[in-house]
Write a protein that binds this ligand. Structure first.
Ligand code: ATP
Length: 309
């Protein structure tokens, strides 16, 4: 069982506005409402491609109840810690004329110390059933910035691989927890190193330096340019076919799902990278964030060229 950790989930509401203008009121069709948060996206994709994830994290208030109901309807298992404050809502206004998107993202609830302690106990119970953990996204207020380091330590103690997808300070601490794999994109890697890695060689060097700290693999995603999987002794590069992307938002989450799925199946590393890229690409062909169609993933798998560098 793959346990996915979403510490700062959200209800994502998006409105399509024919011609969005600042300072004006707009009449709109009902918004499209989905459970949001990076590891919830990962879970949805895992479920679609044939895995049975279990989601955990913090949920609160009526928004939390709504997210759990959605997961029930999608037949995705969950075991969240209930918190006192309300789970956040994020709003996106998509301007149909220009294609631009204006977002309002609530910071979200403040998680209390006792709720964090409750999560740790519950997480350790879940680790008894888990074969892999995927932790993605930002941390809510109240949760220490070093929390992913703790998650790393707990999963290592239980001998369970952790796939971590986060950025900024939580990533810095997360790396110290020696996860099995991290998945930065180019911006996140640059933020981590404090340098602008402009060439592929520089990015690979930066990733290798991370591996020397105890992270086994860095899965560097490069959008339409594909991805590179870097370990201490291996480097695999994946080139993806050219597609007409509909919305690549959530491709990183879909990529993590593909990687987790293939690792669980014990596929060879190059095949795992192929799965990761096929899921990222399949998401870019959808308008919904964190959504793939298994047939599309299967269709593109043979078209992803993986070579050793
Ligand atoms: P997000 O934060 O929105 O989840 P990300 O920046 O973490 O995205 P990307 O690098 O954009 O992740 O995409 C992940 C993977 O998805 C890429 O490595 C690639 O394999 C695939 N992908 C993304 N966009 C495209 C595209 N336009 N064409 C083909 N494949 C794509």
């Amino acid at each position: 069982m793959i346990v996915t950790v979403t510490l700062n989930p959200a209800i994502d509401v998006s409105y399509r506005v024919p011609n969005f203008q600042m300072d004006q009121g707009h009449r709109v069709e009902n918004g499209n409402k989905t459970p949001g948060g990076k590891a919830l996206n990962v879970s949805r994709v895992l479920k679609e491609i044939g895995s049975a994830p279990l989601c955990t994290g913090f949920l609160g208030g009526q928004s939390g109840v709504w997210i759990q109901k959605q997961l029930d309807e999608q037949e995705i298992e969950h075991s969240f810690v209930t918190i006192k404050e309300e789970t956040r809502t994020c709003l996106a206004m998509i301007d149909e004329k220009s294609g631009t998107q204006t977002e309002l993202m609530e910071i979200g609830p403040v998680v209390k110390n006792e709720e964090i302690e409750k999560f740790k106990v519950s997480f350790q119970h879940l680790l008894k059933e888990a074969t892999m953990v995927v932790a993605s996204g930002s941390l809510p207020s109240g949760v220490p910035v070093s929390f992913y380091q703790e998650i790393g330590a707990l999963t290592r103690e239980a001998n369970i691989p952790l796939l971590l997808d986060t950025s900024g300070e939580p990533l810095k601490f997360g790396i110290e927890g020696k996860p099995f794999l991290i998945k930065p994109n180019q911006t996140e890697l640059s933020q981590y190193t404090g340098k602008v890695e402009s060439t592929l060689e520089e990015m690979i060097e930066a990733a290798k330096a991370i591996c020397s700290q105890g992270v086994q693999y860095v899965l560097l995603s490069l959008g339409a340019e594909g991805a590179v999987l870097i370990g201490e002794d291996v480097i695999w590069q994946a080139k993806v076919p050219r597609i007409t992307a509909v919305s690549p938002v959530g491709s990183g989450d879909s990529m993590v799902a593909g990687m987790a799925y293939a690792l669980q199946k014990k596929y060879d590393l190059d095949e795992c990278l192929r799965w990761a890229c096929a899921c990222g690409l399949a998401n870019a062909l959808e308008s919904t964030t964190g959504m793939v169609q298994t047939e599309i993933v299967q269709q593109y798998l043979p078209e992803i060229k993986v070579t050793a560098l």
